[in-house]
Design a binder for this molecule. Sequence first.
Ligand code: 1QQ
Length: 389
Amino acid sequence: MTRVIALMALLLSLAVPAMAEPVANPVPIGFAVATTSNVALFGEEQMNGAKIAEAYFNAQNGINGTPIKLIYQDTAGDEAGAVNAFQSLITGKVVAIIGPTLSQQAFAANPLADRAKVPVVGPSNTAKGIPQIGEFVGRISAPMTDVAPNSLKKAMALNPNIKRVVVMFAQNDAFSASETGIFQEAIKGLGLEVVTIQKFQTTDTDFTTQVTAVLGANADLVVISGLAADGGNLVKQLRQLGYKGLIVGGNGFNSTNMFPVCGPLCEGILVAQAYSPQADNPTNKAFVAKFEEAYKKTPPQFAAQAFTAVQVVVESLRNIEKQTGKKITDMDLAEVRVALNKALREGSFVTPVGEISLTPEGEVVQKQFYVSTVKMNPDGKTGAFVLTK
Ligand code: 1QQ
């Protein structure tokens, strides 16, 4: 008898690892962005977009009747913070992770999720090489190869006499280093001359050395790849010390939270964008209306991309239920993670950033991009991205 019990216990213990671990109800989706540090200038906009998405999709019956729950984790601004956030979401049994904020963080944290077979949807990672991190890594944020050069063409249309270009970039940030390479190639492709390349750090606050070099170079155009805090201060000091020409900012300038940093001196910066609040599709109209109602302002790109990331996860989970005839919450977590990674690459989604899909490698396919000019309000702290004609 004792031998039978011992045998049964042994069989049970052997069976445990193979036993299905169901997905929780509501369905947990990890959302890991920076809500502290300088990078929170972006993360705050991402959180705003995510909260609208969570309420919106749950009001639309969630996953065919099962609600979703975003599990928020602060990544702060560095790699260690992103790694910790991802680790805790993976062990916290989420079906997918949306995040992190920076490409710099993605290169450190995404391999963890990839090894655990947890799909990652990058909401704002635009450096070259992100989808190639692994099979479980994808993004809905268009790479700067597709987006950034548009702003240079607009700058040339505004000032056909541009010849001498200064390029500046934050050398300690993977996105900025990637984007400046794309800018430099595009500048040469347009027949312009890069007269000097100036480097800085995202932690810098004093840019006197770099600005002096810009003024000495007699440039018609300054092209900056940095993040919102450093980028804003750099623009401010360029203007204060007398630079009068056009300024093109990269994706790190795509936050209205940069406006209080350069204040009235943000006026006129040109920025290429992967989102326009004016985009004419039903999801964007609903998103803009909800966002304006909640926050009394127009949604910025990072909020729209955060909403989009939640949307592609929700719609892919719905698609899995449709295809299998099973409820997500009756399925095994590991099985759902794998099925979700596949479904993300098979769907087509009408989102605030337009109709998008992901390639098998996880790269976003997006059709439309925009260029906007910063217009500051008389208060000198708020302003808007106005589509450049
Ligand atoms: C990246 C970016 C940043 C500007 C996101 C906030 O594009 O790190 O890839």
